[in-house]
Design a protein around this ligand. Sequence first.
Ligand code: PLP
Length: 415
Amino acid sequence: MAYTYINKRLHCDGVDLEDVAEKYGTPTYIYSERILRRNAEVLKKIFIDRGFKVSYAMKANSNPMILKLFKSYGFGVDIVSEGEFKLAQHCGFEGLELNFAGVGKTIEELDLALDFDIDHFNVESRFELELLETRAKIAGKKAAVLLRLNPDIDPQTHPHISTGLKQNKFGMSPEKVRHFLTHAESYPHIQFDGIHCHIGSQIVQPQPFYDLIDYLEQFTSSLRASGVEFSHIDLGGGFGVNYEDPFEDILQTTPFLESIADRAMEKLGEYQLHIQPGRVLVANAGVLLARVLGNKENGGHHFVIIDGATTDLVRPAMYDAYHAIYSHLEDRPMHMGDVVGPVCESSDALARNREIPDFDKDDLMIIGSAGAYASSMGSTYNMRPLSPEVMVGLSGETHLLRKRQSFDEMISLYT
Ligand SMILES: Cc1ncc(COP(=O)(O)O)c(C=O)c1O
């Protein structure tokens, strides 16, 4: 069922979105439990059933209900900060279900993760490796490490979400990775378990993944020839979704994911393989509900002004990202225009120069693909409170997963 028009009104799993908007106010994020479960089942079947370890990259959406739901499918979590570490603990994840990625980790973060005996640290630089060696020695532990390799592969995606090109800040050159692996004895408190890569996000073609897998096949065999052996390879995340049609079922993505899983098994099957998907698990499960405040014309340009803003969904401003715009009422006439929020920035736009449905004041607007990198990238700029998150459950009941932040909560942080 998912998101469909019933009697010309947009519903989520049988629930009229206008009823949700009236109950919880706007702007509000809505998630479909049915779609989240479906996405998890499909990834479990494609990857876990082929022997991969799957760690959900919680930066995509860190709502605890979603984390616990994915945990129940056997997924671990990929974390990048002390806050994400604490949230994973709060949600009941064990140390062995955590891998700690990120280009810079503090002493406090390393110590917390060492103490919790996490599965892996993904290490991206010499300074981090040396710091981890020191902290592990003090803790009397051996830290399990995957070295993050920057393979200089073009993921053919937006430059701001490309991470595997040599000019990006992420990872280390193959020469550096080789150096550390061949000098493992210099780091007695590090256990070099293997290699990690994450070449970028929103990758919709299989070729960059094939290139990565082929590259790793060659790199690992040349390391083997020098007598370097290890057991784990993490291919990262980055599986793209269809932003043009956010209500597309994950089944459309299945052949793409299967082809990557098959190629990885064929070429790197002797390693314990890992992936860290984020977006593909959550993007199409969510929408953002916003209320239209009014319409205006400026210089021959039409603007629809809504109560949602880049503080709720920053991707269009940050990456020029496309998010589909729907009216709650079906079959509205279409015309050119921009959808903008009330934030005091010209970049505060959710759609620009697009064919959008006709909206009147007080109409409900639904913005697609808001399950990933929307609430988790939310901000309080202009003293706008963080918006609530609501889940539509399997039997059509709604659950408030996160309250709207109150102004008292915001003001109470000031001393
Ligand atoms: C190291 C790492 N792993 C996984 C992900 C998840 O990427 P995606 O949501 O595109 O699957 C990211 C995203 O930035 C990342 O940096």
